[in-house]
Ligand binder design. Structure first.
Ligand SMILES: [Zn+2]
Length: 90
């Protein structure tokens, strides 16, 4: 387990996107809690740093589009979850 370097929430699971192998050093990730784009520094134990502007400028277009899509889906999930919770609390 590791913590998000931005929000400090525990990141104890991941879903690889685009390849079958588990997380590898240098892979990108998105914190499910705060939506920050991260880079995996090591896998055992997992550690991350926040994606820098310099790194973002060197990401290929497909990967960058995938990261943005993941952030978009995360926001949609959160808004649907909030809507669901507001409905069941009435
Ligand atoms: Zn976070």
């Amino acid at each position: 387990m590791s913590n998000c370097p931005r929000c400090n929430e525990v990141l104890d699971a991941h879903t690889p996107v685009g390849h079958k192998e588990g997380p590898r050093r240098g892979d990108f990730s998105v914190c499910i809690y705060c939506g920050t784009a991260l880079v995996i520094d090591s896998t055992n134990p997992p550690t991350f740093h926040i994606l820098t502007d310099e790194e973002r400028n060197h990401i290929d277009k497909d990967t960058l589009a995938r990261l943005e899509k993941i952030k978009e889906v995360r926001l949609k999930m959160l808004s649907e979850d909030a809507l669901f919770r507001s409905r069941i609390s009435k």
